[in-house]
Design a protein around this ligand. Structure first.
Ligand SMILES: [Zn+2]
Length: 262
């Protein structure tokens, strides 16, 4: 009898194991595509619930381009142009967001990073390959320069124009988390190829899209993502956008620090 109970228990455990393994989700969820955002599609096509059902970690922006989005530990944070960080509720909407369930596969120690380009270069050399999507998380004390974008009214202007009016925050040295995403070069028509970093301070009062960053002795937790779920906006306005052509110059203008522009 006892052996039978044990056997049943083992069977239950064996059946439960694949369920746990199924919790390991190596998928990046992407709401809309970068060219649509560049073209000025700031409609809140995706709800907070939909985004959080697809990941607990990531970045994006909000309806009407109302600031930078940081998704960390299953909470959506807004860094508006005022710099006053807000925790968002279920009513939040987004035109563009990328999230994953963060489950690190490896840790990469970084002895020091002189600036953001230096960090990106070191990570490129240390990652097992550059043909996958990666979610990257870096916690600790760092020096950060971040930005946010001002909320827009219709008619919406292209992102490259709006970014000229961005608010830049020199946050100095502080404790916090870098929330990063790295997309492979072949994903350039969908998203920012290479690294895209957002920041949120440990006390959840500062943050933004990272323009520059430096630190010593931190390690980067990396989640290798091997699949992509792409969802396009349902609204008819999306069908009317002209998303053809090469936008790499626009992406550079939008993502980088004004001084870093070449
Ligand atoms: Zn950003």
């Amino acid at each position: 009898m006892r052996a039978r109970v044990l056997l049943t228990l083992l069977l239950v455990l064996a059946l439960a194991a694949p369920v746990r393994a199924g919790g390991k989700d190596d998928r990046l969820f992407q709401a809309s595509v970068l060219p649509a955002l560049l073209a000025g599609d700031y409609a809140g096509s995706f709800g907070a619930g939909e985004i959080l059902a697809k990941g607990n970690f990531g970045l994006g922006t909000f309806e009407n381009l109302d600031g930078e989005m940081v998704v960390l530990d299953g909470v959506i944070w807004q860094v508006p142009a005022s710099g006053q960080v807000r925790r968002m509720d279920a009513a939040a909407k987004s035109p563009f967001a990328c999230v994953a369930f963060f489950e690190p596969d490896l840790r990469l120690p970084v002895a020091s990073a002189a600036n953001l380009e230096d960090l990106d270069r070191q990570l490129d050399a240390a990652l097992p390959g550059l043909n996958r999507f990666y979610a990257l998380r870096l916690d600790g004390r760092m020096r950060v320069k971040a930005r946010s974008v001002p909320r827009q009214d219709k008619p919406w202007r292209p992102l490259a124009e709006v970014v000229k009016e961005q608010s830049v925050f020199d946050l100095g040295e502080l404790e916090g988390t870098l929330v990063g995403l790295r997309c492979p070069a072949f994903a350039a028509s969908l998203n920012v190829s290479g690294y895209h970093w957002h920041f949120l301070s440990k006390d959840r009062t500062r943050g933004g899209h990272v323009l520059d960053c430096s630190f010593t002795n931190l390690s980067v937790a990396v989640d290798r993502l091997s699949s992509l779920e792409l969802r396009l906006p349902k609204a008819a306005a999306f069908d009317g956008l002209d998303l053809s052509g090469d936008r790499s110059a626009q992406v550079k203008a939008v993502e980088k620090s004004p001084e870093a522009k070449k």
